[in-house]
Design a protein around this ligand. Sequence first.
Ligand code: HEC
Length: 135
Amino acid sequence: MKFVFSILIALFIVACSSGSGSKEPASSTPTSSPSATTKKASSNPAGEKLFKMKCAACHKPDKKLIGPPLKGVLAEHWDNNKADLYLYVRNWQDANDKGIARAVEIEDYDPSVMTPFPELTDAQLDDIFDYIEKY
Ligand code: HEC
């Protein structure tokens, strides 16, 4: 009988400690959410990943690096002509040969040349530029 009683006490202690333990995540939730809002969440994780993999060595969305900043270029420099812009990113030389004005104009921006990215699909480029525009 004494043995059963001590088991009951043990169970009671476990129940109490797990009860108070379960309060902790609830009280820590409000403190973790402000830090989640201060940390900038990516608006387009797929685009961010591609941008970092393929473009970030030479571009920042909002600042000059080796290449020019890219935020707003579609509207400002490419007349919202996605086909021309995407042709340029896939192979700037093709865009030059086609006589696309901005491609010719930007050619001498930097002595280094931009890598061609023929493998990027429209959907991937949509993601990259969506990420850039929301940066
Ligand atoms: C090796 C460096 C390099 C990489 C990598 C690179 N770029 Fe560029 N990019 C340049 C340079 C340099 C220019 C400016 C043109 C020049 O000097 O040839 C440029 C120009 C551009 C322009 C024209 C900007 C304007 O003002 O019209 C766009 C758009 C662009 N890059 C997009 C991209 C994207 C998207 C990626 C990734 C998929 C990328 N670039 C990767 C170097 C790079």
